[in-house]
Design a protein around this ligand. Sequence first.
Ligand code: TA6
Length: 312
Amino acid sequence: MSVPSIIDVLNSQFGINGRLHFELGEGELPIARMTTDEATAVLSIYAGHVLSFVPHGSEDLLWVSQEAVYQSGKAIRGGIPVIWPWFGPHPTDSTKSSHGFARRQMWSVKASILDESGQVSLTLGLTENESTKAVWSHDFDLELSVTVGHVLTVQLKTTNSDDVPFAYTAALHTYYNISHISNVVISGLENSAYLDNLDSLSQHQQTGFVRFEEEVDRIYIDTTAPCHIEDIGHKRTIVVEKSGSRSTVVWNPWIEKAQRMSDFGDSEYQEMVCVETANAGNEIMTLEPGETAVMTLTVHENRHPDLQEEEH
Ligand code: TA6
């Protein structure tokens, strides 16, 4: 009798007929396909990484590069990378990879639920192992819960399972799929303070909506506000709401930076924008042993079928 594959085991333990199915995706990495009457989603078990969220009859709300690499140990370019336990470069050791290690680890499947409203939820987990201990000394317990329905809900729960306090920064580094970067404005951050990553993290204040005519890389601080990505070309507003997050990062690499990234097409900067649900910059989280913190992102679209597209 043949040994059941990991996919067979996952489908037998957590699969939900017609609603939740595991299979091998690109790079032979395990993925979960989540199907509801309102939307579908794809979640990579590797990296705990949402790759797609498509409301029925609409465009994917998430963007993934055509050049993305699907390989153990590498970060997937697009979707919702889990940035943990440090946002950006390592605070003291430049030899450590940017944006922490959670997005380069194989997570485990912990639970699946089909609720009475027809939403499908999948919970993944990550705890310390030899490779995480090599770069970060603490014991920890991460849980990522993804719920698919009319709204995509992504919840990142951090528990300090160590016997000493630890500090971390984190983000759900979401890449949104847009019609064209010159068609898009972001509202919700007016008058917010931000640290400009293109100007030595100097502090500035946002005036009006966020628009894009060059690379933008900003950590908006002390903000819990929802953001609206107004996209005339796709005739929709992407509504980004959050809790447990006091920073919002906005990034578009523009031309030069896109050309410098091997897993990012030279012109792909035109079809994406990152609005990241974070605790980053000076928003450093500290947990005592046994303490838990939860950061939650909810995303949905409002469609505007009668909107007229301006020439760009
Ligand atoms: O969130 C913005 C940012 O910190 C940018 O500075 C850029 O580096 C981006 O993240 C992508 O980082 P990555 O390590 O995924 O290439």
